[in-house]
Design a protein around this ligand. Structure first.
Ligand SMILES: C[S@@+](CC[C@H](N)C(=O)[O-])C[C@H]1O[C@@H](n2cnc3c(N)ncnc32)[C@H](O)[C@@H]1O
Length: 383
């Protein structure tokens, strides 16, 4: 299988020349049957390659469920999750709702946006206990009737609910752009073959061997809120690299435009545009994890290791605002979860007891050296 994937990528490079990194990432993670996220064995958690907040325990989902229960309105009982992966976060949210908000649970619809048929099958098994409370769509268009099914009972005013994700935007295929200081122009980092291995190669501006999103030398600037005349460019060293993820911005904009999307929430590894342009990030933020270690080579062993990069929250925020959403909060995970926890302390009976185990999980989720600072949460709303 993995040789098949390597051969498929190598074949594209032989046919077309160096391919954009976004294409390499798309195949490495999502190629049907052999991409990293198309494998059944779990790549998240102790036996996998990396931890997420969900692998810490059920508290993360329980706190989100408490917050969602406050936001949901009687005429809109829908939660939509993207990037649900193994279904663990859905299970934690639904489990808490069933136990602590049975009235709400009885009317709740939990929709999962899942393009992969294999992944949907594994999620269905994990969530079998929640029966018809859980429904699936292949893409956001399924929520608006673009493909069936759509939320039954959807009215003209649409979804009426919350669309959210955890560590989803950082897994979408991204472009790596480098600064050519001499030419004062951006080039794209592509992937080629060198001595039988995948290797980085500079794709010069104007080259036709790959799909560029925008041809101009100013390409990355808008995503970083810079103008071509910005003095910062003169100071960038040759090869300074930033990631662009038009797929994440487009997904966010489309989600923002789903009629009746009351709240749009993303929790993810991420930075502001300004933080991306710091001297210590001159190689960019793309990285790979294999068995809980940072892999030295992002291009090695496609299909066997995770590939991810920090989300540009400035660009995501702007995408939502351009679609008419209002930014309610942009916080660290520690701030988000501490704020929710403070409400649960006011009404512990309505949340469940803060056991020693829950407190241990809370510390891991919010400690700045663990998951508290590197993860950020963006909340936008249409209200
Ligand atoms: C890093 S994993 C998610 C981790 C999980 N949410 C958690 O908290 O443990 C990213 C997931 O996004 C899924 N994914 C990728 N593209 C997607 C898309 N367009 N729509 C929905 N899910 C997608 C992948 O298959 C993968 O399961």
């Amino acid at each position: 299988m993995l040789n098949e994937l390597r051969e498929r990528i190598a074949g594209e490079i032989r046919d077309r020349g160096a391919i954009a990194f976004a294409r390499f990432m798309e195949l490495a993670l999502y190629c049907p049957n052999c991409g990293y996220y198309e494998r059944e064995e779990d790549n998240i958690g102790r036996r996998g390659d990396y931890y997420t907040s969900v692998s810490v325990g059920s508290l993360f989902g329980e706190l989100l469920a408490f917050q969602f229960a406050e936001w949901l309105r009687p005429d809109g009982m829908r939660i939509v999750e993207a990037g649900a992966h193994g279904g663990d976060l859905a299970r934690d949210i639904l489990g808490w709702m069933r136990e602590y908000r049975p009235g709400l649970y009885a009317r709740l619809e939990y929709w999962i946006v899942e393009p992969s048929a294999a992944r949907e099958g594994w999620q269905r098994k994990k969530l079998a206990d929640y029966g018809s409370r859980v429904r699936w769509v292949k893409g956001l268009e399924g929520l608006t009737g673009g493909n069936s099914p759509q939320p039954p009972g959807s009215r003209a005013d649409g979804l009426r609910g919350i669309v959210f994700s955890n560590e989803f935007l950082d897994a979408l295929p991204l472009h790596r752009m480098g600064w050519d200081a001499k030419a004062r122009a951006w080039f794209e980092w592509g992937v080629t073959l060198h001595a039988g291995r995948f290797a980085w190669s500079r794709i010069p501006p104007g080259s036709s061997g790959h799909r560029r999103q925008e041809p101009s030398a100013a390409f990355p600037l808008a995503h970083f809120q810079l103008s071509p005349a910005d003095g910062l460019l003169a100071a960038l060293p040759d090869g300074f690299t930033v990631e662009l993820c038009p797929a994440a911005e487009q997904w966010w904009r489309e989600a923002a435009l789903v009629p009746g999307c009351d709240q749009l929430v993303a929790i993810d590894y991420g930075l502001t545009a300004e933080e991306f342009l710091a001297p210590e990030r001159k190689e960019g933020t793309v990285r790979s994890y294999y068995h809980h270690r940072l892999s030295g080579d992002v291009l090695a062993n496609p299909g066997e290791q995770d590939i991810t990069a920090h989300v540009n929250f400035t660009a995501i925020k702007a995408a939502g605002e351009s679609a008419g959403l209002k930014t309610e909060a942009f916080l660290t995970q520690a701030q988000l979860l501490t704020g929710i926890a403070a409400h649960t302390w006011e009404a512990e009976s309505a949340f469940g007891k803060w056991t020693a185990e829950r407190i241990r999980q809370f510390q891991t989720l919010t400690h700045p050296e663990h998951l508290g600072r590197a993860f950020r949460a963006l909340v936008q709303s249409r209200r």
